[in-house]
Unconditional design. Structure first.
Ligand SMILES: Cc1cc2nc3c(=O)[nH]c(=O)nc-3n(C[C@H](O)[C@H](O)[C@H](O)COP(=O)(O)O)c2cc1C
Length: 263
């Protein structure tokens, strides 16, 4: 099967698909229609830009046609003011109710992360949701064990010993992001996807907090990654506590002034 197929009757020969192809593997055929340049098909990132940009629905990428794609709905467009307020009002939540976020809601929130940008569109993310209280308790214990010798974490470990878990903060669920070790930049891909998760959760009124301490602890307690059941040749790239917030922040805290140089 050809990489792309073009409906000659619908194609207006505007060349948008050719211009927008990130790896520049599309060109013109002898009839003035777009085609995949022979020998370069393997460079396709399968990003779908060519079919998504075609205003005339003239293209198919493999079996997928423009008309099969979800349309961008203008009625859902976010104003700059709403987007700014939304982004500024996201807070790290460290006080959770005990209620579990239903799996179907968590699945919908995680599903949005599939549209996070990833290097060369590899989409390497895998997710693990831990929601069994015993497992979360054991994980906190392992984090405490790992961080116990590190002076920076002394107070957190002391708190843990005194019954205050500042590692996982009593969140009812913990989402761990992992990815195959090989690949261009799995850690960056994970971080961006976690940021998507953070924002998607905020949109649903859920509370989140990055669990950087878990990542730190994996460096000092080699039992954590096997405990999580992360497959070989994969790495844990980040984690996020999630649940329903007990409280909300009525105001937006201040931040450092913007530092910007123009050149
Ligand atoms: C990579 C990363 C790791 C973090 N790790 C933790 C953590 O382990 N525990 C925690 O309570 N907060 C953690 N945070 C949250 C930051 O402390 C928080 O983002 C910062 O204080 C600003 O507050 P805000 O998120 O409410 O704007 C982390 C944030 C990031 C981006």
């Amino acid at each position: 099967m050809n990489l792309i197929t073009v409906d000659a009757a619908s194609c207006k020969r505007d060349g948008l698909c050719i211009q927008d192809c990130p790896t520049q593997i599309l060109g013109w055929d002898a009839n003035g229609l777009p085609e995949a340049i022979q020998g370069l098909e393997a460079l396709c990132l399968n990003c779908g830009h060519c079919i998504a940009i075609c205003p005339h629905a003239a293209l198919a990428l493999g079996a997928l046609r423009t008309v099969d794609l979800e349309p961008v709905r203008s009625e859902c467009a976010v104003s700059p003011e709403a987007a700014t307020q939304f982004l500024k009002s996201r807070r790290s939540v460290r006080l959770f109710t005990k209620e579990l976020v239903p799996r179907d809601l968590l699945t919908r929130v995680l599903d949005v992360t599939r549209w996070a940008p990833t290097a060369t569109n590899r989409q390497p993310l895998r997710w693990l949701v831990i929601e069994t209280p015993d497992k979360l308790r054991e994980l906190s214990r392992m984090i405490a064990d790992g961080l116990r010798p590190i002076p920076y974490f002394e107070r957190m470990v002391q708190g843990y010993d005194n019954g205050v878990d500042r590692f996982l903060r009593g969140a009812p669920q913990l989402i761990v992001a992992y990815a195959p070790i090989e690949g261009f930049d799995p850690s960056t891909d994970c971080t961006i996807s976690l940021a998507y998760l953070d924002l998607a959760a905020h949109a649903h009124g859920l509370g989140t907090c990055w669990a950087g301490v878990l990542l730190a602890a994996t460096m000092f307690n080699s039992a954590i990654v096997p405990f999580l059941g992360i497959p070989d040749e994969h790495k844990v790239c980040g984690a996020m506590m999630i649940g329903y917030p007990q409280y909300s922040h009525a105001r937006i805290p201040e931040r450092n002034p913007l530092q910007i140089k123009w050149a």
